[in-house]
Design a protein around this ligand. Sequence first.
Ligand SMILES: O=C(O)CCC(=O)C(=O)O
Ligand SMILES: [Fe+2]
Length: 293
Amino acid sequence: MDHLTLPSATVRSGRLRFTDPDGAARALALGAFSLAVPDGLDVTPGLDFCRSFHLPSRGPEDRRRGHREHGHPRSKLGYEDRPDQVEQLQLESFLWDDYLPADVAALLRRMKDLTLDTLHGVFDAAGVPEHDRDLVTGGARQDTGLCYTTVNHYRSDLTGRAGIVEHSDSGFITVICTDQPGYEILHEGRWLPVHQPPGHFTVNLGDAFRVLTVKTPRPVTAVYHRVPELHPEPPATDRSSFTVYMGPRYDMMLYQYDTDGVLLPYQGFRDFSVEKAKDLGYAFHSRIEAAHR
Ligand SMILES: O=C(O)CCC(=O)C(=O)O
Ligand SMILES: [Fe+2]
């Protein structure tokens, strides 16, 4: 089967740079690219946490395990047993220190800084002016937008279902770290496995970016992606991945440039997300939908 190699980029001194001259344009058109893991950033605590969060708790102080039962009362997201192979823990960044092991929270904070630098680099590439970015992101730079992690465990003992069903991410950007292949994107009508080079994250661009730029000269694709049913051969273990996501808050509007480049409100992000979940035939986060009624 064909593989797709994504354009690659690096963040140095806070600035996103693509390796090839056409890298930025390809990344916007694909809605995805590879991003080098910065020197000295150890992703092991995150991957280890993917392998433990779902196991039974060993006591009230145990943050590495017990997240299936935890409840996460301060989160609007929390644990979800999806109909796919994947089970997910999703936590907003302001809860990382309270709910996660210290080494995992520290890693996620560094990835969050990297995600923010990367987001601004993509805004540059897409021609989104600096002075509009606080409005459209709800203040990502001031930490008043929505940032959360998703921790994914692909349960290979579950059969007859996708790893994660095909979808686009809803926000601006998602940075993904994984330990094995499986990520695929829909490219020119075909599902292609993506070659993820060692030492790289994969970056997805999402619906908020697509809506914002669809009528501009450099429209951004919200990449359609999935993980198929996986049954890794021993000694390989269940696939792990974790992500840092940034998007609008659910109480915000999505924005769109019109053909004259004027920025206009498009639709409330919560309504957009609920409609999208219905179209895709999956349940939206019950705590966020409930806040809406
Ligand atoms: O595990 C992956 O590679 C992708 C995960 C994903 O698409 C997500 O968490 O939204
Ligand atoms: Fe995704």
